[in-house]
Design a protein around this ligand. Structure first.
Ligand code: HEC
Length: 139
């Protein structure tokens, strides 16, 4: 698609770029949703569970009491997970860039890390950005 830009004159090129950018945004969000729902297991811990055991989709990734605990004590184990949508506390502090860094390095920009059972993700930039793009769509 970038080679197309080279051969298109001015305004046409801008139009082509604008439409590819939009398409990329959409597919980035969808890819992020795919990673969150099918690979990251984020909802297992970050979405509250209804009495019937199903995830409460009206509170997707809004933080939850965990439904499991370790058989042996694990230091710093957290019994609850925070809201990781844009209404969560860390968004205000670190914003989008901070979230991407956290998913790439398992640490916030100040070096702070999450306690267990939050997995220490070391995602590539592409995947981290896609997840954050998806999280941003959750209100
Ligand atoms: C096995 C359970 C589990 C899974 C799976 C999980 N998390 Fe977590 N996550 C937690 C817990 C518990 C914390 C709180 C850790 C703490 O307080 O230090 C946490 C913390 C976080 C935080 C820090 C938020 C804050 O306010 O401190 C982010 C961001 C996060 N998780 C994102 C994700 C994403 C994105 C996924 C999926 C790709 C995911 N988590 C999967 C349990 C989990």
């Amino acid at each position: 698609m970038f080679s197309m830009r080279k051969i298109l004159p001015g305004s046409l090129a801008a139009l082509a770029l604008a439409s590819t950018t939009l398409a990329a945004d959409n597919s980035t969000v969808e890819y992020g949703r795919y990673l969150v729902e099918n690979l990251g297991g984020c909802s297992d811990c970050h979405t509250p569970t209804l009495e019937n055991g199903q995830p409460d989709k009206t509170h997707l990734l809004k933080g939850a009491m965990l439904v499991f605990q370790p058989i042996h004590p694990i230091p710093h184990w957290k019994a609850a997970s925070p809201d990781i949508t844009p209404t969560g506390p860390k968004w205000e502090k670190w914003g989008e860039t901070g979230f991407v860094k956290f998913l790439e390095t398992a640490a916030w920009p100040d070096g702070d890390k999450a306690d267990p059972p939050m997995p220490a993700f070391h995602l590539n930039a592409h995947d981290a950005r896609a997840i954050v793009a998806y999280l941003k769509t959750l209100k």
